[in-house]
Write a protein that binds this ligand. Structure first.
Ligand code: SAM
Ligand code: DTB
Ligand code: SF4
Length: 342
């Protein structure tokens, strides 16, 4: 039913060009909201059933992030430590040297990561930076890791260069619902984001796109964001679901914590609407209990960011994750033990 051959690095190399399982791209907000609001046990049962039809429920993919260019960003994303508009105390830095990036990649591989995600605090890359980031992609890939980049908006020329360098995935989040989006970011539009996602897909680079919960959005906004992702012409191969990490100095520093059960509901809905996608339990794990993370895995999350740091914020780190995996009987995905079913 699926072409489940893994790339060398052990990740998901399915094309998603066809819909062998009858993948849907016509979700209505009202029907998705009915699923999101199901009695919790019913929702989890359905999500776990979909999950087991597509993935080994005990295998979790590990991805490692690296900020290759930190801070000083011109955008006004109200959650972000790296926007130059907010005084978050973050020290801005220039594009990282290749050797430092490769050193991080080596360490990530030793820690069992199969994907290396490089992020830059840019509105969009400048032409002069494309050569350097393309070299990073080529050399990280040559180490046997899957490559992912998140560099902001891309033009046609950028995507061609990244594709030529061999980039596997591009991360660009829709972040929230189209309705709520202008409350969070004013310097680029929701439509701009969809345009970049379209370019990435068109170039044949796999798509990683998700969003953040806890920005002050309503439950309907959360569902709407997931419906947007599920109704893209092809489902993103990776769907990161972040819990807001409230950063001091940003407009969202005092945002109310998102309810844990509501967070699990969003993971479950993502799993049900995008059955073949890797749903990543992303930012915010350092604030989550083992029990909450376990519920997220049960609801269908099957990917995490590993290591002690995300881009600028804390992450649980190797020891904590090793203990969590041992407690839950989870195994990290490798090329020899892929998470998805044949
Ligand atoms: N500058 C690029 C961009 O915005 O596309 C790439 C990096 S940006 C930090 C990537 C994503 O990280 C954002 O779209 C957002 O979803 C997530 N993110 C950033 N700060 C966060 C925070 N404080 N809490 C949770 N997620 C966050
Ligand atoms: C995603 O959805 N989450 C990651 C990755 N894609 C680039 C980033 C999380 C950032 C958390 C805040 C920080 O480290 O600054
Ligand atoms: Fe810049 Fe990305 Fe942060 Fe927005 S999320 S301020 S674009 S680094």
């Amino acid at each position: 039913m699926l072409d489940n051959s893994l790339s060398e690095a052990g990740g998901d190399s399915r094309s998603h060009r066809q819909s062998p399982m009858g993948l849907r791209h016509d979700w209505r907000l009202d029907e998705a909201k009915v699923i999101y609001d199901l009695p919790f046990n019913e929702l989890l049962f359905r999500a776990q059933t979909v999950h087991r039809a597509n993935f080994d429920p005990n295998i979790v993919q590990k991805c490692q992030l690296l900020s290759i260019k930190t801070g000083g960003c011109a955008e006004d994303c109200s959650y972000c430590s790296q926007s130059s508009r907010y005084d978050t105390g973050l020290k801005a830095s220039k594009l990282m040297a290749l050797e430092e990036v490769l050193e991080g990649a080596r360490a990530a591989k030793v820690n069992g990561a199969t994907r290396y995600c490089m992020g830059a605090a840019w509105r969009e890359p400048k032409q002069r930076d494309m050569k350097a980031v393309s070299t990073m992609v080529q050399q990280v890939k040559a180490m046997g890791l899957e490559t992912c980049m998140t560099l902001g908006m891309l033009c046609d020329d950028d995507v061609s260069q990244l594709k030529a360098a061999g980039l596997d995935y591009y991360n660009h989040n829709v972040d929230t619902s189209e309705r709520f989006y202008p409350e969070v970011i004013t310097t680029r539009t929701f439509a701009d984001r969809l345009e970049t996602l379209g370019r990435v897909r068109e170039a044949g680079i796999k798509v990683c796109s998700g969003g953040i919960l806890g920005l002050g959005e309503t439950p309907t906004d959360r569902v709407d964001m997931l419906v947007t992702l599920a109704n893209l012409p092809e489902h993103p191969e990776s769907v990161p679901i972040n819990m807001l990490m409230a950063i001091e100095g940003t407009p969202l520093e005092g945002a109310a914590q998102v309810d844990a059960i509501a967070f699990v509901r969003a993971i479950a809905l993502a799993r049900i609407m995008m059955p073949e996608s890797y749903v990543r339990l992303s930012a915010g794990r350092s604030e989550m209990s083992d029990e909450l993370q376990a519920l997220c895995f049960f609801a269908g999350a099957n990917s995490i960011f590993c290591g002690e740091q995300l881009l600028t914020a804390d992450n649980p780190g190797e020891d904590a994750d090793e203990a969590l995996f041992a407690k839950l009987g989870l195994k990290a995905e490798t090329s020899g033990s892929p998470g998805h079913m044949d």
